[in-house]
Ligand binder design. Structure first.
Ligand SMILES: NC(=O)C1=CN([C@@H]2O[C@H](COP(=O)(O)OP(=O)(O)OC[C@H]3O[C@@H](n4cnc5c(N)ncnc54)[C@H](OP(=O)(O)O)[C@@H]3O)[C@@H](O)[C@H]2O)C=CC1
Ligand SMILES: O=C(CO)[C@H](O)[C@H](O)COP(=O)(O)O
Length: 470
């Protein structure tokens, strides 16, 4: 028994290799498996006196090497590969063993897998991991969901390897079934929204303020020292001054990167599922749309030739940076608000029993959307766990009031000067609509009843009404 390993990891790619090294750094013995001999050999080479690590291309050897109940994490590409890895593992597992899918799997796949494995008395966790390669190596945020009783077996390992925020590990049991995968999916939806916002503000600063890459670096670095402090603002500041390895021109690397953004699906799934739940997330929707529009590069180039655009007015650099900081702060708040709103609704719909303050807490460090704001968000939901929307939190009303007008000014400027600010615009539209007692959708109800007898409700009388409009 002593020779057996505490933890097993399948898929020794970007995330898996780093995660298993992190586990070994924290004093747990760990055994890896990948079909690629080179990756297996590279991991074996990491073993030394302090790190008990081994690996094999044989799934049987891998399973035999693990202590029971086996704790096996998968960090393989989402989709059919996860099913095929589970199938290849099953003949070598015993009742009570635990499989943890750490990848970005779609949440209904996780529910299906959990149900199937339950029949064989195997516990299954969907545990989203965020933080990229560096996070996996040095401390990610981990979002586990699954069987509460089985969580006690993996808790010590996850708490040891997770990022720490003021000493607290950025991992917590989130809820049953696919709760962990779902939360990670929405994390990524918010990630899409924040990335879109930081990108369009970069465009605005360049076009309206003639900011150089060095000035963009200085501005984002300065923002990162203040209330916009976040991983994404920090890395963006660094990206602006990254030199080009290929040195093909005088320009920095960023200026040579094609403006076609790829996507693996988690942002789109967030939008699709939010729509199924009836929760609006326009700041995330538009971020997905913008990646889609960006992919139409040749069509965009052809269309560009057909239309003139107005000459861009210029704004004083200091003034523009001030407006942009306020607008970005406003739209970051709105984007988190939308993501958290989806989580609250999904919790009811799917029975996840999510505690939003705990989710905000474990996002404060380690993950891609970590930000100073998350400490304030945690506090808001600790005060009121049933908060329907961050925008109505007493902690946030003054922050929003103090920044929304800059968003208005820039959205108007962008529209007039043909600089697309879609994330900012959608955040503002969402805010204005969500905070309006009366919207013109009474007219839509009238139209529906006019052409389809769909009925309507009245302000002045209870009940459902239909009018013979003609
Ligand atoms: N990269 C990132 O920043 C993040 C990724 N994720 C998620 O984590 C998961 C893994 O991502 P990532 O590490 O980037 O992916 P990689 O492609 O880098 O790694 C996946 C590894 O799994 C191996 N693999 C594939 N099929 C099998 C199999 N049947 N048996 C054993 N090993 C197999 C692959 O081998 P081979 O290459 O030879 O096929 C590869 O080594 C994905 O779901 C991803 O979405 C989550 C957070 C961040
Ligand atoms: O999960 C992640 C970080 O938290 C991945 O980095 C993310 O999946 C990247 O997504 P996409 O390729 O769609 O931009």
């Amino acid at each position: 028994m002593e020779d057996k390993y505490d933890f097993g990891l399948i898929g020794l790619g970007v995330m898996g290799r780093n995660f298993i090294l992190n586990v070994a750094d924290n004093g747990f013995s760990a055994f890896g498996h990948d079909l690629d001999q080179e990756k297996v050999d590279a991991l074996k080479d990491e073993g030394d006196k302090e790190h008990k690590i081994d690996a094999s291309t044989s799934i049987k050897t891998f399973a035999k090497a693990l202590k029971q109940p086996r704790k096996i994490m998968l960090l393989v590409p989402a989709g059919k590969i996860v099913d095929s890895v589970i199938q290849s593992l099953l003949p070598h597992l015993d009742r009570g063993d635990i499989i943890i899918d750490g990848g970005n799997s779609f949440f209904t796949d996780t529910d299906r897998r959990e149900e199937e494995l339950q029949k064989r008395a195997i516990h299954f966790f969907g545990a989203g991991v965020s933080g990229g390669a560096k996070g996996a190596r040095l401390g990610p945020s981990i979002m586990p969901g699954g069987s509460k009783s089985a969580y006690s077996h993996i808790k010590p390992i996850f708490e040891a390897v997770a990022a720490k925020y003021e000493g607290e590990p950025c991992v917590a049991y989130l809820g049953p079934k696919s709760a962990g995968n779902y939360v990670k999916m929405v994390h990524n939806g918010i990630e899409y929204g924040l990335m879109q916002l930081t990108s369009e503000i970069y465009d605005l600063l360049k076009k309206a303020g003639d900011f150089s890459n060095q000035e963009l670096h200085d501005t984002y670095s300065q923002w990162n020292e203040g209330r916009l402090q976040s991983f994404l603002v920090e890395i963006t500041s660094k990206i602006f001054v990254q030199k080009d390895d290929l040195n093909l021109s005088e320009l920095g690397l960023l200026d040579q990167i094609k403006d076609k953004a790829k996507q693996k699906g988690t942002g789109k799934w967030t939008s699709q599922n939010a729509m199924d739940l009836g929760i609006p997330v326009p700041s995330i929707d538009i971020a997905v749309n913008m990646r889609e529009i960006s992919a139409l590069l040749s069509e965009r180039t052809a269309a560009d030739k057909l239309y003139d655009r107005p000459e861009t007015e210029k704004i004083d650099k200091t003034k523009l940076a001030e407006l942009a900081e306020e607008a970005l702060y406003f739209s970051f708040i709105v984007t988190y608000a939308q993501g958290l709103h989806v989580l609250a609704e999904a919790s009811k719909e799917y029975g996840y029993q999510l505690d939003i303050s705990v989710i905000a807490k474990i996002w404060r460090a380690g993950c891609i959307i970590r930000a100073g704001l998350l400490a304030d968000i945690t506090e808001a939901f600790e005060k009121d766990g049933d908060l329907p929307n961050l925008l109505v939190s007493p902690n946030f009303v003054e922050k929003v009031k103090g920044s929304v007008n800059s968003a208005r000014e820039l959205v108007a400027f962008g529209a007039k000067n043909a600089i697309p600010l879609p994330g900012l615009s959608n955040s503002l539209i969402y805010f204005d609509a969500y905070t309006s007692t009366r919207l013109p959708l009474n007219l839509i109800q009238a139209q529906r009843d006019y052409f389809g007898s769909h009925t309507y409700e009245r302000l002045d009388k209870e009940g459902v009404f239909h009018t013979e409009w003609d």
